[in-house]
Write a protein that binds this ligand. Structure first.
Ligand code: FE2
Length: 386
């Protein structure tokens, strides 16, 4: 039963949601009093035209947009520091990010260093960013990361071959312009892996030991929506109904995980991404069912609700049967969206398990996992997912 004495905190940016909301970038940057903004994106988003459209919107409002597209997936510490140089050199007074999780996290990193000085790796951890960032507008082009609504920025420490998590109210954007049209240019693979990321956010937030009624309602609805819309978005990429369903699901999952945090899947995926630069969504997809098998005993009621939200018929089933159905069902869903193979296909080797597990145990997301694993148990989960 909910502890009515527990204090709950819930942070959300201003959100404008809907088709064509990206066209409001210039108008809102003007309202924030900006004159020259760094526009953080990546070559993929630039090539399908969304960066150009955002620059046009800024230009129409009399605002200078300075593009910065030297961002790769799993954004690297040196990319953030290069962005800081460009921001300062061009005399920017704000940031617009247009893209998926990587450009948005990179933009957050740039903002942190521009306001606080030093190096991006100085700000690892929870509540370690003292000064607020310059104004930041995020325009997501994927339905997955929800960095546009979250208090998280994940950056790769290239020398340490690990990902750091920066969790702070200071990295919540001032405005999220969430436009499902931008996701219609994603290919099947990107749609699948970002969609599995959104599903993982929702599931981990729902079983997190920092969950609350504020986050539960969004988490569970996001699970239902991904189950309903993801295959349709993959099969019919131009379907605005499916794209809108996934974008709203991603946003709801983001509202949930931003405030309830995540768990072992993300802690272990960050470890993989840091060491091997593997795609974040694929890592989550390969690990999710195995972490559920491990975590299930700690939260059987909540996992049963997740199974029901996914549409599985669990009526009259014992906990053991529900766990099996969930693990198998998630595996089937992953295959159905086209993510085949396993961690081995990402180049993971058994001799890397102990290093991966050590790093995963130190990740900020592990703190809210409903079950506290040992290093050996994490190694066993990696082995099961190999
Ligand atoms: Fe994620």
């Amino acid at each position: 039963m909910e502890n009515f004495r527990a204090l709950r905190k819930y942070v959300v940016p201003e959100i404008i949601y809907g088709v064509d909301s990206h066209r409001l970038a210039g108008q809102y940057a003007g309202r924030l009093g900006l004159s020259t903004v760094l526009v953080v994106s990546d070559p993929g988003v630039e090539s399908v035209g969304w960066l150009g459209r955002v620059l046009d919107s800024l230009l129409a409002a009399g605002i200078v947009g300075v593009p910065f597209v030297a961002v790769t997936s799993n954004p690297k510490d040196y990319e953030i520091m290069a962005g800081v140089e460009q921001y300062r050199g061009a005399g920017c007074d704000g940031i617009v990010a247009v893209g998926g999780g990587s450009p948005m996290d990179c933009a957050k990193g740039i903002g942190i260093v521009c306001s606080n000085g030093g190096h991006i790796l100085d700000y690892e951890g929870v509540d370690q960013v003292p000064q607020p960032m310059p104004p930041l507008i995020c325009i997501p082009s994927t339905a997955g990361s929800a960095a546009d609504v979250s208090q998280f920025a994940i950056i790769t420490d290239t020398e340490g071959q690990r990902k750091i998590a920066i969790v702070s109210k200071s990295v919540v954007p001032d405005l999220a312009l969430i436009d499902p049209m931008l996701t219609t240019t994603m290919d099947r693979n990107l749609t699948a892996r970002t969609g599995m990321d959104a599903l993982t956010h929702a599931i981990e937030a729902y079983v997190s030991n920092a969950s609350s009624p504020f986050t539960d309602i969004h988490a569970l609805q996001a699970v239902r929506s991904v189950a309903f819309h993801l295959l349709a978005a993959i099969d019919d990429p131009k379907s605005i109904a499916a794209r809108n369903g996934m974008m709203f699901a991603s946003t709801q999952a983001g509202l949930a995980f931003s405030n309830a945090s995540l768990g072992a899947v993300h802690a272990m995926a960050h470890s993989l991404g840091g060491l091997l630069d593997s795609p974040h969504g694929d890592c989550n997809a390969f690990l999710l069912e195995h972490v559920i098998a491990y975590n299930y005993v700690s939260s059987p009621v909540r996992y049963r609700e997740i199974g029901q939200a996914l549409g599985f018929d669990l009526h009259g089933c014992t906990d053991g049967v529900v766990c099996e159905a969930l693990v198998e069902g998630i595996g089937r869903f992953r295959s159905a969206v086209g993510i085949r193979g396993s961690l081995a296909s990402q180049g993971v080797k058994p001799e890397q398990f102990s290093l991966l597990a050590e790093k995963a145990l130190l990740d900020a997301c592990m703190v809210t996992n409903p079950r506290r694993p040992t290093v050996k148990e994490i190694e066993a989960i990696y082995a099961a997912a190999l």
